[in-house]
Design a protein around this ligand. Sequence first.
Ligand code: HAM
Length: 468
Amino acid sequence: MPKKENKMKVKKTEVKKPVKAVKEKAGKEKDASAERGKRSYNLLRGMHDILPKDEKYWRPMYDSAQGLASHFQFGRLETPVLEEQGLFVRAVGKGTDVVDKEMYAFEDKDGTKVAMRPELTAAAVRAYIMHGMWNMPQPIKLWYWGSMFRHDRPQAGRYRQFHQVGFEIFGQADSAADAELILMSYDFFKDLGLPVEVKINSIGTPTERANYRNELVNYYRSKRSYLCEECRNRLVKNPMRLLDCKEDRCQPVKEEAPQIINWLGADSKNHFMKVLEYLDELGIPYQLDNTLVRGLNYYTHTVFEFYVTDTQTGQQSALGGGGRYDLLVEEMGGRPTPAVGVALGLERTVLALKQFNEKNNREMPKLPTDAFIAQLGDEARRVTMKLVDQLRNTDVKIAFNFFKTSLKNQLELADSLKAPFAVIIGQKEVQDGTVIIRDMESGIQEIVDQKKLVTVLKRKLGKFDDKR
Ligand code: HAM
């Protein structure tokens, strides 16, 4: 077995082709497929593929979400993409952009009016009622991870199919539940290395809100001539959304608008103060934002959204949001059940991470490879395949490439993956039932019995104590 290769230099194989050449090639391929009478397909507007190159973002997000769910004891909920259209119309509400403008709604072949879920809280409420979860010890904590659909105008961080991870707590009115969800969301972004802050508000009970809404409408009516077109519509259709307007011309009006906090009763104020006390105690940065009302109609009391702290990153839209919806379960046909939830937008999180990393010269941590298994010759390849399978349930993370035949190429790969060890199997090792373990840093090699490979590797990697 060759001992002479020391640390391998990785060859730069990725040579950037000039854009013109790439375009010409794509053009030729298109011409060729047109000649063959076939067309190639593109994505629908607002849709996107998630490619392996972005796994370094998606995998840590999933690991963090799953870790949080298990630590905070949330059970996984999966619901169908298609639901009865009425479910969302009733829960999210007429007059909201999601229902009025963005829902993928159609009649299926049976003539049933269906919708592709624009969000999952309504479906979680349906599941909670339908499966009699109100009959079980409360609170019921559910989490989900999946695609949502909104026929919105596509732009950076806004897609027509996008993913959310969400957490919902049913059957708990205490402020601690609101705080628990804000803490979990905060931890999610912290795990990814993304600094965020919470914008938070209380929109009270429906009665408090109705009184406030009247005041708001009176105030905005008196300023009607200063408002943008959209706000004049909102004044009639959904006055609370007036506070959401980002148009420059409406900002002076908005700044002078009455504030909902002054319309809250003692109980609502008390609930909100307690949430803030939790956040203070937990050291979670937050900003009180009396214009935060959220775009879905089911909220009561606490509402909140997450934003990247570093505003230089340029991301203005919320990474996630949620709040209480104490009346929704009853409105949807269940027993009176307080509830609170949050959903985090995963595409927006990836975008924010990419921007943040670029600005701060940071990279996502690479998934570590403990050892690269290299093989030489057909027999060795057979043994290697068996070995690769045996290593599957150990905590040794390996890499391999069955299709490279030269040792040099395989060691270059090991080097590029920063694997501390290579395990080499050639003809002689197959016959002797051994393997060579090569330290990639020093180049020092050791012959080890195949049966002892895992034990020796683990010892070398410091994965358990030598004396055991
Ligand atoms: P939402 O604010 O509509 O809330 O959505 C939550 C997050 O999903 C947003 O903050 C954003 O990151 C992401 N998102 C929304 N629309 C798009 C889009 N078109 N493209 C990419 N990302 C998007 C809800 O959906 C509520 N169900 C949250 C909740 C759970 N409230 C209580 N429980």
